[in-house]
Write a protein that binds this ligand. Sequence first.
Ligand code: RIB
Length: 317
Amino acid sequence: MAANLSRIVVLGSCSVDFTTYAPKLPGPGETLHGYKFTTSYGGKGANQCIAAAKLGGNTAMVARIGDDKWGNDYVENLKKFNVDTTHVHITSDRGTGIAQINVSKSGENQIVIVAGANDVLSVDDVEIAKDLICNASVLLCQLETPIVATKKAFQLCKGVRILNAAPAASHLDKELLSLTTILCVNESEASVLTGNPAVTMSDIAKAIEDLLRLGCKIVIITLGENGAAFASIDDPQPLHVMSDKVTAVDTTGAGDAFLGALAALLAVYPDTPLKNAIASACKVASVSVTKEGTQTSYPHIPCADLLSDKCVFEKIL
Ligand code: RIB
């Protein structure tokens, strides 16, 4: 199976993460002593793009940043990983998006985002990037930028269209879903989207069934340390992929590591069976939680080294 240089386009957010590390997550009204503070590059879109780039993916980003120091530095950060930034535009009247993140000693996180410039990524921006988007092997979008722009991009793209419905949404545009090749959510996002709990394996199987009925072709639910489950319209029996057991230090952006890896594998090795690509993406997410931060925690290895047939798949139900 030969690798090719097929393009991965990420239409999505670039944000600056302000992260505090503390023994536990604060409750409502609680003030805690933390032990560390960092500022770093984040945003689900850019995280996924960098995760794909670090695995050797040929990546491009369509995004908006503010006319501030953070925005200008962000472009340099993307370039450092060979991301094509031709379509990363500066918005004069908004600041670069930010995320305020708390991480506990056990690696759990809570995040509040303020979209800033991410909120003005427009249909016009998509039109300007039309050639890039039309010819992408994989187009990857999230819900941190306006849905109208995502929908336009999905209408244009002839390749694999992946929608990471994060942050959680209780409703998704029907046409957008019918244009979606792969819908990927975590358990809590699946629960918000279906209106049902997504806790037990039988809940997960039911959620996959419900989400497939919304109109996309493939549904993946990521399960944190328990790997991922998925099914497709063509093969509706849900499969569970286990991930490696690791000690989590910081789970922030693990879902983004999974999505970036999945996009890279599908672009570079389009003939890879989906279950192998998902298993490999789980491995990348597992590595990412063993280090602090998002983009800085993603592994820098060639895609080919990720593909292995030593994965465990179990049928659900
Ligand atoms: O998924 C993690 C990301 O969510 C963080 O980098 C933060 O910017 C928020 O967008």
